[in-house]
Design a binder for this molecule. Structure first.
Ligand SMILES: [Zn+2]
Ligand SMILES: [Zn+2]
Length: 183
């Protein structure tokens, strides 16, 4: 079994966590995890780890952008972004469901307690949520840039205040009217 990045380097057996076997390239340190091994580990684990604040910053240079072929079955692997606004992509084989993690990527998952969520990364809900978060962050930065910090904070506070206000309609009309004292 050869490394999908280094091509002619063979992958060696390692144990990522208790009862989670994987194979690693001694050259690029990338890790290959088979779907069966992961799911068996996940089932044994039972519980979920609560998400944790990140201590490791993701370096965009870690990402190996070139196309990879599954070390298990030879199919082209698909790249999945798993965290919003990062350059962290995990490669996954759509044929045997095996995953390939470039050097540092497993550490990033452990750091954020996301290593037990790997079976969710490639699902529609995870990917939709990721895109929604990226859109939100993008709009947030546009509002901040256009409105400035102070006005943006004010308008957010006002929005919060209006949200469930019983007189919301009248308050909005008052704000929008050119002269609220004219009929
Ligand atoms: Zn390698
Ligand atoms: Zn495969």
């Amino acid at each position: 079994m050869r490394c999908p990045v280094c091509k002619n380097n063979t992958l060696g057996s390692i144990t990522l966590l208790d009862k989670l076997p994987a194979r690693q390239c001694s050259n690029c340190k990338g890790v290959s995890i088979s779907s069966n091994a992961y799911l068996a580990w996940r089932r044994r684990l039972g519980r979920e780890f609560p998400p944790k604040e990140a201590a490791i910053d993701i370096d965009p240079l870690w990402e190996v952008k070139e196309l990879k072929f599954c070390p298990d079955c030879g199919h082209i692997m698909a790249r999945y972004k798993i965290l919003p606004d990062t350059e962290l992509y995990i490669d996954r084989c759509r044929s045997c469901n095996g995953t390939w993690l470039d050097h540092h990527e497993w550490e990033v998952l452990i750091d954020r307690n996301l290593h037990d969520n790997m079976n969710e990364f490639f699902t529609r809900p995870w990917q939709d949520n990721l895109r929604a978060l990226e859109t939100k962050n993008h709009l947030d930065s546009i509002y901040l840039e256009k409105l400035g910090e102070e006005d943006y904070e004010n308008v957010k506070r006002m929005r919060e205040w209006l949200k469930d206000h019983p007189m919301r309609g009248m308050l909005l009309a008052f704000l929008q009217a050119e002269d609220p004292y004219k009929v």
